[in-house]
Each structure stands twice: as C-alpha cells, then as structure tokens.
Design a protein around this ligand. Structure first.
Ligand SMILES: [Zn+2]
Ligand SMILES: [Zn+2]
Length: 135
C-alpha cells in the first residue's frame, strides 16, 4: 500500500490515500487542456475506495468523445482541480498529480491523446505514446 496526501491551492479540500497506485498517465486531450488550463494533465489513478476526501469539492460532468461521462471535482474556492472520474471505469479515481504532496510518486507510464498534444510539449521518449485512448 502506498500512502500519500494532497490538497487544493487554498487548502479547503484535502485528501489522504492509502492504496496501490494503478496507473500514472499524461493526457493530452483537448478536454484536459481546457479543464486544467495546462498543456496536458497528469493523473494518478487509484481505487476510489482508498481515498478519503475532506472538504466539499464541486463537480462538473461532461461527455467525452468516447461517450463516457467524465466528472471533474474541484475546489469551489480556489478552482484547483483535484479528481476526475470516468463512468466507464467504476471504482477508479484519477487524482491530478500536481495536488499530491509526495512528488516522487508522480511517475508517468504513458502518454495518451498525443494527436492533440501542444507541439512544444516535452515528452519522455522512453514512454509509450498513444495517439488516442489506448484500446
Ligand atoms: Zn481550494
Ligand atoms: Zn484528457
């Protein structure tokens, strides 16, 4: 089990996790670019049951290209995005890597939606690159 914690910018929403990290993904899709305001997002996927959230994040749900309902959970005070949940991946939660205190745990394993990557984005060539969502 890996233990880590994190918070939003203002500290109104915090979390603690005690679970195995399933996957760490850099996502370059347009939705992530818009939602985070950055050129890509890095998400640390863990079992939702292993995460305890304190505070009251707001949520926004939209439909992805895949047809999945994607829910972003964010701090309504400072706007930090903390979590994302995909309706097709029951039981998993993606934690926005920048909110995690233990930076050494953020070790991306692959890049997805590279077709829409901002051309100047640095990428680790040793990691798999998928043009879209890997099948
Ligand atoms: Zn906040
Ligand atoms: Zn994305």
């Amino acid at each position: 089990m890996t233990q880590f914690n994190g918070s939003c910018l203002c500290g109104a929403v915090t979390y603690e996790a005690d679970c195995e990290i399933q996957r760490v993904v850099n996502c370059h899709c347009i939705d992530c670019q818009k939602a985070t305001g950055s050129v890509h997002t890095t998400m640390v996927f863990v079992p939702e049951a292993g995460v305890t959230i304190k505070g009251y994040p707001s949520s926004y749900t939209h439909t992805a290209d895949s047809g999945s309902a994607m829910t972003k959970r964010f701090c309504s005070s400072c706007g930090t995005q903390l979590f994302s949940i995909n309706s097709r991946r029951a039981g998993a939660i993606g934690i926005r890597a920048g909110t995690i205190s233990q930076k050494h745990l953020v070790t991306p394993q692959l890049n997805i939606f590279c077709d829409s990557a901002v051309p100047s984005t640095p990428m680790d060539d040793s990691l798999p690159k998928h043009r879209k969502m890997p099948g």
